[in-house]
Design a protein around this ligand. Structure first.
Ligand code: F6P
Length: 464
């Protein structure tokens, strides 16, 4: 039987201490119905020998490889997260390109290809995740692999006018055409890539039928990632009664809570959001001392200067706001860097009157979907969502905002907190229906069908 071989930088392997963040639920859903291999970085860097080890668990083989220390830094902190990440999030101004980092990135892609080469069988289907591995299919093809290889990008993909600012984009972005299928979160991202292929690679074809590279026809698709809607809703119903969540709610002394949950990343618009909350308190003195905004932001990629600057800046503006509006008995913004479990977050979402999900740019943003799933249908909270999150393409009944417009976000906060029950319920019901119709359990099948002709690998693989 054909195996599914999933590849990502981080892997959530049991007892390994590694976690895959936002990718985890999506990858686990694909491996649940298609047993196989999850291949990725072990979480270890070495200056001497590089080990690759396998952990078997629940019909999945987790294959974890060490990376050379220097190349890892150039690949992860350098090219992936100081060049690709900002550019994919439309921030050419933040990109810090160096040839050395591109060379480390190339080395790590080659190392992954070399290790995969040792284990790949001809009928394996390979599914690569995210911007860390733009060059991987090319490196595998060079080693003779003709397997079906798909790629899914979890981040946005910007228009050609931005991506063409990436030095050597002709080599790096066009390498995606060695994949059989390149998948995106939204139709906008897919169309941006299709336009890139047409104008920069000039391969014949079109968005619907794919583009002929001479070696293969590369297909482009959009596959918006969802969540496990029903089980998340169930988790929230239980979690709100937990001692942790009850304790947080009791500590509010009857005040309404607004919640924000994001990795501490400049793409999330946390500074703009705090400014909007400040505007809200300024314009609505009646809400002072009656609402608490809880922002949970685990630190992320802290060794990168742009992230250090942002950490400092957020701490400064939170301190300033609390100093200006706070009282001895009330802290307007509770700012927490500690990571919380999914269960704790589910309970906190259910206990919040509104959620602020206002990234400046985001591939999808699953917090938005989880917040909806977690609500109590008898007293639902309101989702304030950036129009620049992928989730906004689906979640139209949310209060959609421009995150750069702090006055508009402040007005949305006021509207959310004063919204009559009937309107809250109508919006919640419409949103729940939307996220329930795109459950993550169906997502792998859609991608695999486009890649292999069949939604599961148990059925025979037809080569389109
Ligand atoms: O979704 C984007 C992504 O980079 C994932 O690939 C990753 O799992 C997550 O964000 C967290 O980022 P990092 O692995 O850099 O901590």
């Amino acid at each position: 039987m054909a195996r599914l071989v999933v590849v990502s930088n981080r892997v959530s392997a049991p007892k390994s201490g590694t976690r895959a963040g936002g990718l985890e639920v999506a990858v686990m859903a694909s491996l649940k119905h298609n047993p196989g291999i999850w291949f990725g970085w072990s979480g270890r860097v070495s200056v001497k020998t590089l080990e690759t080890r396998t952990i078997e668990s629940d019909r999945i083989s987790f294959v974890l490889t060490d990376l050379p220390k220097e190349a890892y830094e150039e690949y992860y902190y350098g090219f992936a997260n100081r060049v690709l990440w900002p550019i994919l999030h439309y921030r050419l101004d933040l990109a810090e390109f160096s040839r050395q980092d591109l060379s480390g990135y190339t080395k790590v892609n080659e190392h992954f290809a070399e290790e995969l080469h040792k284990i790949l069988r001809p009928d394996d289907v390979v599914w690569v995740h995210d911007y860390h591995f733009l060059l991987l299919a090319k490196a595998l093809r060079e080693r003779g692999h003709q397997n079906r290889i798909g790629f899914f990008l979890h981040t946005p993909f910007p228009p050609v006018e931005i991506i063409a600012g990436l030095p050597h984009h002709e080599r790096i972005i066009s390498a995606l055409c060695h994949y059989d299928l390149v998948g995106f979160q939204t139709e906008i991202d897919a169309a941006n890539f299709a336009r890139y292929v047409e104008s920069e690679c000039q391969y014949p074809g079109n968005r619907k039928d794919g583009y002929n590279t001479g070696e293969r026809v590369v297909q482009i698709g959009d596959f918006p990632v969802g969540i496990e809607t029903e089980s998340f809703a169930k988790m929230a119903r239980r979690a709100i009664k937990s001692s942790f969540v009850s304790g947080v709610l009791a500590s509010l002394s009857g005040r309404a809570m607004i919640i924000g949950v994001d990795r501490l990343d400049y793409s999330k618009g946390i500074e703009h959001r705090i400014a909007a909350f400040e505007r809200f308190l300024e314009h609505h003195p009646d809400w002072r001392n009656n609402v608490t905004y809880l922002q949970i932001s685990p630190k992320s990629r802290s060794a990168i200067p742009e992230y250090m600057d942002m950490e400092r800046n957020v701490s400064t503006i939170v301190g300033r706001l609390n100093g200006t509006y706070g009282e001895a008995s009330w802290t307007p913004v509770r700012y927490v860097n500690k990571a919380h479990t999914r269960t704790a977050l589910a309970g906190l979402y259910r206990g919040s009157r509104a959620a602020l999900v206002t990234p400046l740019r985001d591939g999808m943003n699953l917090v938005a979907k989880e917040y909806i799933a977690a609500q109590d249908p008898e007293d639902p909270g309101v989702l304030i969502l950036s129009r620049f999150a992928g989730a906004a393409m689906e979640c139209k009944p949310a209060l959609l905002v421009n995150p750069y417009d702090s006055e508009a976000v402040a007005a949305a906060i006021h509207r959310a907190l004063s919204m009559p029950f009937e309107e809250r319920r109508a919006r919640y019901e419409a949103l729940y229906k939307i996220i329930a119709a795109n459950d993550i359990q169906d997502w792998p099948g859609r991608f695999l069908k486009a890649l292999t002709g069949s939604p599961t690998l148990a059925a025979s693989i037809t080569k389109p």
